[in-house]
Design a protein around this ligand. Sequence first.
Ligand code: ZN
Length: 285
Amino acid sequence: MEDYESPQETGKTYSILTDDLIVFYGVEYDDCGENPSEDWDGFGKFHSFGRDHINYYRGDPADLLFFYKCRHCDYENPPSDVEDRYVFEKFGHKVYQCPYCGLWTVLVRVGRDAVPLGYFEHGMCDWHVSGEVPYGTEGDYRWDGVSFAGVWEATEDIIKEADDAGLERGSAERYAWMEERARQSCETYTYWCNGEIYYYFVRAYKPRPINFDFNAETGEMEYDHDEDNIYDELHDYRYEDEVYVDACGCYYGWDKYLEQEIESSVRYALKKSGANNETEEGQNA
Ligand SMILES: [Zn+2]
């Protein structure tokens, strides 16, 4: 497709004119606005310690990262539940009274399926696995970055996935697996926090000529099919029937995938060239 230009920015409509078709396309911000941390399966939950963040977590960060397990009843105690009144020293160990079964025990500290996160904000924000300073922010990080600013927590579906994969709870292997999940979710969550969510549209019409000429020989109206004689703004076609229409949204982040989707939709629209002018649904509809 020689004339095809891949969209580079929002707020701009691109067009391609063929003999019997004009195709408009572009990318705009999408306000579908689903918070993936709240609405998506397999994504995990984000807890931020920043008061002004939407997923602000009021509790004790330690409760998110580990728990104490009773040796007798397997009861899981959040660290904040293990209060001083349950503790005394015996033979150099801290001994706790389990708030569930009441027995005295040395509680076992167990890591949760959770990953500490860092945060950087300098105009745009960036969530990342703690310690993985985003590329290019090294210089500013000590001013605008927080190395422990929140926690990514695996949800039940992710925990089940890890169990099914045979990853032993508390193992280094499982932690690395969780860390990778957190890393992927951080990327998408960052797009969401920055409002980098897009939709694309593709609309094709029969070209509208600006000037007609009357052909005395044939008795018909004719027009010069020249770029200069064809309306070339999308709003010029607002009362026209579409030959092809396609729109798809909720793309988190502007990437190659989004660009490929638009291009394939435009290619599909161009195949309507030479076809009749009945409206057809896009291939994604
Ligand atoms: Zn117990």
